[in-house]
Design a protein around this ligand. Structure first.
Ligand code: KIV
Length: 303
């Protein structure tokens, strides 16, 4: 069966994602974010791309924006996600302040991300103004995913969380940006929060896939922040999010049940305890006592 229409156990590569255009018969690319190994393990069998997004700054760390996220944070979370992903392509976001100074700065930091996490590619925000940097990276063997439309790292400069591309000039800039990023060698482009027909038009024009978030069903793939779509992140819900579960509610109920069980002496029960048989009386045979550091000790563990 063709990999265009089925999920296989094969490791997904950058060229495989680059080739996934819906108009050529591919099924849309399913992408989600992860920031930890256990979440990566849960997503890995089901999605094509796992993005270690700098959204972790807001979702995990509670920052007001993604700007305080550091390179070290992205590297630590990126490495954890790579340890949990066996087949999905792992892409790590370049955080604010680590790639716009110069192509050389971007190369230095992107190569650190690649070397220290083992991820397959990096993502960076920006359109035409980043094309030179994207070309610099891709020519040196660093696969780059672009990101246009709403750019969370520059949200205050661009007028807050709003749909982009309503006006002619901005729509023109976004189309140009997509073309330039493609020409610079980007293997895919995230389009975030644009008016729908614009995302559809860019998708139609490009040879590389577009990944939409608040963009268009016509995009070649879709991405959401996992905590949003699972209903874990509670602070706000963007218009483009569909909650596929209400885990926040389930976690709250489970924690309430746990606290009640502890307070009512229902937990732990005997099956959660070690050696529940009554203790044998301790004999004092100190004459042939084994020295404590020589005493055989059992493997310690959580289970
Ligand atoms: O940081 C992130 O999670 C992202 C996605 C929402 C595209 O950039």
């Amino acid at each position: 069966m063709s990999t265009l229409t089925s999920i296989t156990n094969e490791k997904i590569s950058v060229p495989a994602i680059r080739a996934r255009k819906v108009r050529s018969g591919s099924v849309p690319i399913a992408c989600l974010t992860a920031y930890s190994k256990p979440m990566a393990q849960l997503l890995d069998p089901h999605v094509d791309v796992i993005l270690v997004g700098d959204s972790l700054g807001m979702v995990l760390y509670g920052f007001e924006s993604t700007q305080p996220v550091t390179l070290d944070m992205m590297i630590d979370h990126g490495a954890a996600v790579v340890r949990g992903a066996k087949r999905a392509l792992v892409v790590v976001d370049m955080p604010f302040g680590t790639y716009k100074l110069s192509p050389a700065q971007a190369y230095q930091n992107a190569s650190r991300i690649m070397a220290e996490t083992g991820c397959a590619a990096v993502k960076l925000e920006g359109g035409t103004e980043m094309a030179e940097t994207v070309a610099f990276l891709t020519r040196r063997g660093i696969p780059v995913m672009g990101h246009i439309g709403l750019l969370p790292q520059s949200v205050s400069a661009s007028g807050g969380y709003r749909a982009h591309g309503r006006e002619e000039a901005e729509a023109h800039y976004l189309v140009q940006s997509a073309r330039k990023l493609q020409d610079a060698g980007a293997f895919a482009i995230v389009i975030e929060s644009t008016v729908e027909p614009l995302a559809a038009r860019i998708t139609q024009e490009l040879e590389i896939p577009t990944i939409g978030i608040g963009a268009s069903p016509a995009c070649d793939g879709q991405i959401l922040v996992t905590d949003d779509m699972l209903g874990v992140f509670q602070d706000f819900k963007p218009k483009f999010v569909r909650q596929f579960a209400q885990l926040g509610q389930q976690i709250s109920t489970a924690v309430q049940d746990y606290a009640k069980a502890v307070r009512q002496h229902e937990f732990p029960a005997p099956e959660h305890c070690f050696g529940v048989k009554p203790l044998v009386p301790i004999q004092d045979n100190s004459a042939n006592k084994t020295a404590p550091d020589k005493a055989p000790h059992k493997k310690r563990g959580r289970r």
